[in-house]
Design a protein around this ligand. Structure first.
Ligand SMILES: NC(=O)c1ccc[n+]([C@@H]2O[C@H](COP(=O)([O-])OP(=O)(O)OC[C@H]3O[C@@H](n4cnc5c(N)ncnc54)[C@H](OP(=O)(O)O)[C@@H]3O)[C@@H](O)[C@H]2O)c1
Length: 308
């Protein structure tokens, strides 16, 4: 039995889909407050749904019983309920999960952290690195995945990257290289590493197939949608002063991630790709497949622009 914690999230739900497609038995921790349509999707996949919360140790002890493998993707950064915070969920909650899994005799644990280049001091970095350390000491066979920025999040309107309206907010000068990665590829790695011995007791940095600067990314999207973007940059110095003034752990952590983005996050995937099958999604593919068509249609409607 494989337990997925974070199963109602973007990454966790894709992991559940991949696992059930390959006929694995999957249990998911589901909060009573979770979005009903996401819960329904998991139910339709045949996932066993068990109520729980990372802040509730008893629920973690119960849900880990009979489990061989835990995959945890949960985070409170975009998904908060009263009482949730980065210290209470991403740190203490994940540490409790590691301890509950160890106590229940779980053998294998896959934890989704983030890239080593994002080590700007903030509550989320403290949480991620302390969970990584506790896992390494736990005695369970662990894999820590350290992905770069997800295309689906950082190249989306939620973060000011809006192909539909040909606008982009980028952090830093725009020249720094970042290995934007598709969350779908991260899900694929999380599943592939279960049976890959090179992933045992390993920490794996994960990026997309090429490191591109945000300005290069904008250019790739311009080619797909056939319109020029309006680009607004937020300099690193401005982000640094925002970080110095931030008091809330979430605000601090988001600002620190933007600083990490402004400094760049290039990840060389050559060696990792020798150990795993499958292709990584490029920014061009992502632009064409997931975003490009909608933005291109919008561009035709508003400006009649041709592609260039
Ligand atoms: N976004 C990026 O660019 C990026 C880059 C590198 C690494 N990562 C990491 O990737 C991972 C997955 O991200 P994602 O996009 O899938 O996040 P997401 O869509 O926001 O999903 C978060 C999940 O965590 C669950 N959760 C939140 N608080 C919880 C609690 N108290 N107890 C139990 N579960 C709780 C949520 O449950 P509910 O549905 O009930 O709220 C949801 O299932 C995270 O660890 C993140 O740090 C992200």
């Amino acid at each position: 039995m494989i337990l997925v914690v974070g199963a109602t999230g973007a990454l966790g739900s894709e992991i559940c889909r991949l696992l059930t497609t390959s006929n694995r038995s999957v249990r998911a921790l589901v909060r009573t407050t979770a979005d009903e349509s996401r819960v329904e999707q998991l139910r339709a996949l045949g996932v066993e749904l068990v109520p729980g919360d990372l802040k509730d140790r008893a629920s973690l002890d119960a849900i880990c019983r009979g489990v061989a493998t835990v995959i945890s993707t949960a985070t409170t950064t975009m998904s908060r309920q009263p009482g949730d915070s980065i210290p209470s969920v991403d740190q203490d909650g994940q540490l409790q999960l590691v301890e509950a899994a160890r106590a229940a005799g779980v053998k294998r644990f896959v934890y989704v952290s983030y890239s080593s280049h994002l080590d700007v001091d903030c509550p989320l970095t403290t949480a991620k690195r302390s969970v990584e350390q506790s896992l390494a000491r736990s005695g369970m066979t662990y894999t820590v995945l350290r992905p770069s920025f997800f295309m689906e999040v950082w190249l989306s309107p939620a973060l000011g990257f809006d192909p539909q309206n040909a606008r982009a907010q980028i952090f830093g000068s725009g020249q720094q290289k970042i290995s934007f990665v598709s969350a779908k590829d991260v899900a694929r790695f999380a599943v592939a590493c279960l049976d890959n011995r090179t992933a045992y007791n390993a920490t794996i940095e994960l990026g997309g197939p090429e490191a591109l600067s945000p300005l290069e990314v904008v250019h790739r999207f311009e080619q797909v949608i056939g319109r020029e973007f309006t680009v607004e940059t937020l300099p690193e110095a401005v982000l640094e002063s925002q970080l110095a003034g931030a008091t809330d752990p979430l605000q601090k952590s988001f600002t620190a991630l933007m600083i990490g983005y402004a400094r760049g996050d290039a990840i060389d995937m050559a060696e990792t790709l020798t150990k795993y099958r499958g292709e990584l999604t490029s920014v061009d593919e992502y632009a064409r497949r997931d975003v490009g068509s909608g933005a291109r249609d919008a561009g035709r409607e508003t400006s009649g622009a041709s592609t260039h």
